[in-house]
Design a binder for this molecule. Structure first.
Ligand code: ARG
Length: 467
């Protein structure tokens, strides 16, 4: 089939000088990236305007040609934005679609735009600009999520819930403290975003195909015009580097992994068995057959998006693995992974922020669960160390016996009588009952970063100052 269609196609108007005929249809199919890289149109046009302006400033093209080019590019921008632009697969990608249209609009001057530049540095530029803007959007989305958690933490600095290890009741904590754990996680994610912006903030344009150029260009000028800190330093690295895309995906994967843990907790907390939270109608769905159900679909989908985002990271790492320097066409596979992960992450962050803001916290249910499962056993052991002078190991043993006794009687530790406790260890006094409630337990954990409400409030204030 490829043979039949081959001759009908003419050679590519942008690079077809040495080609007698056009590509086989299947070649066009595998080669064209326009279906997805049209997303880069604004960055491509911005980059071309900066490049043309620099070329004129350096006397490489005339001011008159530059004006025509800039005017034509702005026309193309409005054509694309108003949906009037016709993208052609024959022209492969966004760079050649724009340049071909420029030639239609302004004639031969269009051919001067590509002086001292290659699609290799052009695509590196466009994609970097896009990723940089996406990182800036991610930073804002993470800040909203952090703020949602800070508000909930403030509201629930005193609300007691069970803390878990192995998903078994461990020690009582405050819900505010649990919220602040997520603030720390998403705060680190935001730092990763900021570092990623810092790392990519170098302008690739002017590296040309791979070796730089003989024209007297000014890469500092284009870097400045495009809002980069400085130009990249090595032209070979510049056109073969996709670290910025990998860093974006690595950051996205870690953030998505954090989101999936939160999503999983929300799924568990919203079950009738736990009943710690009630999701708003806005972020749940009903069942078409079981009328009593309210499903945490948004949380489940956030949990699932993680698979997709992690998949994109592994896909691009695998594309880049073993590629010789400098540019290879393999690298065209970078964009879909990043676009898809970006869209998934944006959605997941927005949905999670909405869920956290909207969900009802059922403090009574949390309090009841916090007291179950002998969660203050460590407090009893600590009391024996502090007040009765027992070594911790011995206190641990004594406490274990008290737990076994309570378990046998089917009651809480605080419901054992003083006589029963003294039968286990005579050093125990009535003062022990002060530490056996879950409120006393959390209030006592005032160590830096601990769960006491006073400590949680300090951590909230620390974050408020930095947000
Ligand atoms: N569409 C290409 C990409 O996304 C642009 C660069 C093409 N460069 C080349 N030498 N064929 O990577």
């Amino acid at each position: 089939m490829a043979e039949d269609t081959k001759d009908e196609l003419t050679s590519n108007q942008m690079w077809g000088g040495r080609f007698a005929s056009g590509p086989a249809a299947i070649m066009e199919e595998i080669n064209a990236s326009i279906d997805f890289d049209k997303k880069l149109y604004a960055q491509d046009i911005r980059g071309s305007i900066a490049h043309a302006t620099m070329l004129a400033h350096q006397g490489i093209i005339t001011a008159e040609d530059k004006d025509k080019i800039v005017h034509g590019l702005n026309t193309i921008l409005s054509e694309i934005e108003s949906g009037r632009f016709e993208f052609s697969r024959r022209l492969e990608d966004i760079h050649m679609n724009v340049e071909a249209r420029l030639a239609d609009l302004i004639g031969p001057a269009a051919g001067r735009l590509h002086t001292a530049r290659s699609r290799n540095d052009q695509v590196a530029l466009d994609f970097r600009l896009w990723v940089k803007e996406e990182l800036q959007r991610t930073e804002i989305a993470l800040t909203s999520l952090i703020n949602a958690f800070l508000d909930r933490a403030e509201e629930h600095a005193e609300t007691v819930m069970p803390g878990f290890t192995h998903l078994q009741t461990a020690q009582p904590v405050t819900f505010g403290h649990h919220c602040m754990a997520y603030v720390e996680m998403f705060g680190r994610d935001r730092q990763r975003v900021r570092h990623a912006i810092e790392h990519l903030d170098e302008s690739p344009i002017g590296a040309a195909a791979l070796a730089g150029t003989g024209y007297d260009i000014d890469r500092h000028m284009t870097a400045k015009a495009l809002g980069f800190r400085e130009p990249t330093r090595n032209s070979i690295d510049t056109v073969s580097d996709r670290d910025f895309a990998l860093e974006f995906l690595a950051m996205a994967s870690i953030t998505a992994t954090h989101l999936s843990r939160l999503a999983e907790e929300i799924v568990i907390w919203s079950t009738p068995q736990f009943g710690f939270v009630r999701l708003s109608d806005a972020f749940s769905t009903g069942s078409s057959i079981m009328p009593q159900k309210k499903n945490p679909d948004a949380a489940e989908l956030v949990r699932a998006k993680t698979g997709r985002i992690n998949g994109s990271l592994v896909a691009l790492l695998t594309v880049m693995k073993g590629l010789p320097l400098a540019y290879s066409k393999d690298m065209q596979e970078d964009k879909e992974q990043v676009f898809d992960a970006a869209e998934s992450l944006e959605l997941a962050l927005a949905a999670m922020t909405g869920m956290v803001r909207d969900m009802t916290i059922r403090a009574d249910r949390m309090r009841a669960a916090a007291g179950a499962g002998y969660s203050t056993a460590t407090d009893l052991a600590d009391w024996l160390v502090r007040e009765a002078g027992l070594p911790f190991r011995e206190a641990h043993h004594v406490t274990g016996r008290a737990v076994a006794l309570a378990e046998g009687k089917g009651c809480d530790l605080a419901e054992l009588s003083l006589a029963e406790l003294q039968a286990i260890n005579p050093a125990i006094t009535a003062g022990v009952f002060d530490v056996l409630t879950v409120e006393a337990s959390v209030a006592s954990r005032k160590s830096y970063g601990g769960t006491a409400p006073s400590e949680v409030r300090k951590q909230i204030a620390w974050w408020r100052q930095r947000n």
